[in-house]
Design a protein around this ligand. Structure first.
Ligand code: RIB
Length: 300
């Protein structure tokens, strides 16, 4: 199997856990603080690698101490880092997360991730077109994402877009993506003033909407199909969507059916929310295979 190139963000997640969020102008005492590794691109690349795939991450870290930590963590997780560049004098990306009431709120500061721009992508296209699949998110500039989609389409490279966080993408560009994995908020940004059912119907077997504990919905050309989520003991939902996108992309490139690839993504996402941190619960292939819900015919 060839490499899956993830073009995207890397960051340090600064996570505060609190019983409730402060009101405007209010200061409250939180429960704990932790720094973990994150960034949607990094999380997705780690998911692919932990599940036994060959993932290469393309992007930028800053020239600060956080960048060094990000790089080491990726190497420790078996992610290819030869296309990660250091943006001199620029801080690494960061995410500021409040964990509260079994959910999260996140502010992302792009930092060096903004350097993965259109010009840079055009100069580094060679590393992208020899991939079996390219996985992209919305934590790099919009023009870079559109350029990548066009390049993949031109060179017939399977392209998966996890359009997170929510941002508009023109219809003509969207049509060139093989699979889209928005959540229910992100799908509204992609298809404004359109019902979920209409959006699904307009992109059969392509638009896969993740609905958290309600699983994933897509249209199979005849009807809307709901693929149930697996039960899990919720600790932290951060990164569940990234785990789904990474696992799904690996599964589809391994020749699983669309339905099985979604189920594999769902099971990995369920396991991921049972541990703290965006990458904390992403399963290793051995652990996934030990899960009684793993189906023997799944190819991983
Ligand atoms: O999807 C989760 C990720 O979003 C976190 O790791 C954080 O870095 C933000 O980018």
């Amino acid at each position: 199997m060839g490499k899956i190139t993830v073009v995207g963000s890397m960051s340090t997640d600064f996570v505060v856990s609190t019983s409730r969020k402060p009101e405007k102008g209010e200061t409250i005492i939180g429960e704990s603080f932790e720094m973990t590794f994150g960034g949607k691109g990094a999380n997705q690349a780690v998911a692919i690698s932990r599940l036994g795939g060959h993932s290469e991450l393309v992007g930028h870290i800053g020239s600060d101490i956080f960048g060094k930590g990000i790089l080491t963590n990726l190497e420790d997780n078996g992610v290819g880092v030869s296309d990660i560049n250091i943006a001199q004098g620029i801080p690494s990306g960061s995410a500021h997360i409040i964990l509260s009431e079994q959910d999260n709120s996140i502010i992302v500061v792009e930092g060096a991730n903004a350097c993965t721009n259109k010009d840079w992508i055009e100069k580094n296209v060679g590393n992208i077109i020899d991939s079996e699949a390219v996985l992209i998110q919305h934590e790099i500039p919009k023009e870079a994402v559109e350029t990548l989609i066009n390049i993949c389409f031109e060179h017939q490279v399977l392209c998966v877009l996890n359009p997170a966080p929510a941002r508009e993408v023109s219809r003509s560009v969207l049509r060139k993506v093989k699979y889209l994995t928005p959540n229910e908020h992100e799908v509204e940004a992609l298809f404004p003033n359109v019902s979920l059912e209409e959006a699904l119907e307009s992109m059969p077997n392509q638009l896969l909407v993740t609905l958290g504990e309600r699983g994933v919905v897509f249209h199979n050309g005849k009807q809307v199909v709901q693929v149930k989520a697996y039960e899990a003991t919720l600790i932290d939902t951060t990164g569940a969507g990234d785990t789904f996108s990474g696992a799904f992309t690996l599964a589809i490139t391994k020749g699983n059916s669309l339905l099985d690839s979604i189920k594999i993504g769902n099971l990995c996402a369920a396991l991921s929310i049972q541990k703290f941190g965006a990458q904390g619960g992403i399963p290793l292939l051995d652990n996934l295979k030990k899960d009684p819900r793993f189906e023997a015919h799944w190819k991983l």
